[in-house]
Design a protein around this ligand. Structure first.
Ligand code: EPS
Length: 388
């Protein structure tokens, strides 16, 4: 499976083409819209989410509720586009429109300055229109299809927020993936710990009042992934590496951990590895899951546990110092509409990015012509793993 996303934040629409999905996978507009709506929620989001109500259109690749095996084209129209038709027009426009929303004061931490340098853009709007996190809409649309694919194969995914602006959620140890999903879904911050929810909301309010922003850490869990996805034989076939790239590629993410993550460097090996056991009912399992479901770049059958850290959104209503790229004067950075935090939404994006990468790995191992054929191959492989 491969895919591309396209679209500017204030352009007419966001688009993706996904190629390589098997034929016969059931998928509906409602299922994709459900994921898109989840991405739009979360305490601390700003004005844009009040304008948009992201709805997908399936333009190719699906007939009568099932994929055809041909490329899937998905589009989401930007409702805000109607306010930007001249400023974002594809055709040349009058000078007054070119100046209207021109960005000359790059925001520290955003792609503005370096993107301008790289592409020779003297209006930094040309950079921010694509570097905006609005692009994650399409990553979620792709993820929604991937999630459906995984659900049909018995793989369950949940994402949640573990830390927000330094406030850490207490996560009960034995929560199942279904329980994490249920608790996160019931929370405006997508935390599983109701005791910290109020403090987190208060921090978001206080941060907003100061014109500042906060980041945090999100975690994604995936249960039911068979052992042996990805490979140790080449650096770029290691699935944990692909997952790390996927998470790092989400706007504003600055780090990734799998399982214990960086904590593994503080412990002796006996407190990092997961002991192996076997039973007739379950096949091979581990007594612990400190390695987060990966060994040798391959899934090991345990729950996949990946975390990513999101820095605070760089657009500050109380802007930091920057430089006017024309006059070179010290000036306050541009203020664009922003969110005080988007960490809850980012947990939904991370969930969908993880789903996409896992779905790709399954297709790589089991083929991708017919979904029924693939499903049968996965079932047979699962039976084989048990008795290995
Ligand atoms: C976002 C859309 C953007 C922002 C936000 C996330 O829309 P607009 O720029 O029109 O407000 O709300 O993105 C950023 C703050 C950013 O820096 O990229 C979305 O759809 O998630």
């Amino acid at each position: 499976m491969r895919y591309l996303t396209a679209g500017e934040s204030h352009g007419p629409q966001l688009t993706t083409i996904i190629e390589g999905l098997p034929a016969g996978l059931p998928i509906t507009v409602e299922e994709i819209n459900h994921e898109l709506a989840r991405r739009q929620t979360g305490y601390g989001r700003g004005g844009r989410m009040l304008i948009e109500k992201d709805q997908v259109k399936i333009l190719s690749g699906v007939r009568h509720g099932k994929t055809l095996g041909s490329p899937l084209t998905l589009v989401v129209e930007n409702r805000d586009w109607k306010n930007w038709t001249n400023v974002m027009a594809a055709e040349d426009v009058d000078e007054k429109y070119k100046k209207r929303r021109q960005v000359l004061h790059p925001r520290p931490g955003h792609a503005d300055l370096v993107g301008g340098m790289k592409y020779h853009h003297r209006d930094l709007r040309n950079v921010l229109e694509r570097s905006s996190a609005r692009e994650t809409t399409m990553r979620v649309a792709i993820g929604a299809v991937a999630k459906k694919f995984l659900a049909e194969l018995g793989v369950e995914i949940a994402g949640h927020v573990t830390t927000l602006g330094g406030i850490q959620a207490q996560i009960p140890e034995k929560l199942t993936v279904a329980e994490v999903k249920e608790r996160a879904e019931a929370s405006e911050i997508r935390v599983v710990d109701p005791n910290v929810e109020e403090a987190m909301k208060e921090l978001i309010d206080a941060t907003k009042a100061k014109g500042d922003t906060i980041g945090g850490v999100v975690e994604v869990l995936a249960a039911g992934v068979p052992a042996g996805l990805g490979s140790y034989v080449q650096w770029d076939s290691k699935l944990d590496g692909k997952l790390a790239q996927g998470i790092m590629s989400i706007n504003a993410f600055k780090g990734v951990e799998i399982g214990l993550g960086f904590e593994a460097g503080n412990r002796p090996g006996s407190e990092v590895m997961d002991e192996i056991q076997w039973s007739e009912a379950t096949g091979y399992t581990r007594t612990t899951n400190r390695l987060g479901g990966f060994e040798g770049g391959m899934t090991n059958g345990e729950i996949i546990r990946v975390r990513g850290v999101m820095k605070p959104i760089p657009t500050l209503y109380k802007p930091l110092k920057s430089v006017d790229i024309n006059t070179k004067e010290t000036i306050k950075a541009s203020v664009e509409r922003s969110d005080s935090t988007a960490v809850p939404a980012a947990s939904v994006v991370a969930e969908n990015v993880t789903a996409t990468i896992l779905a790709e790995a399954l297709m790589e191992k089991f083929g991708h012509d017919s979904f029924d054929e693939l499903k049968a191959a996965v079932a047979e492989y699962r039976a084989y793993l048990k008795t290995f």
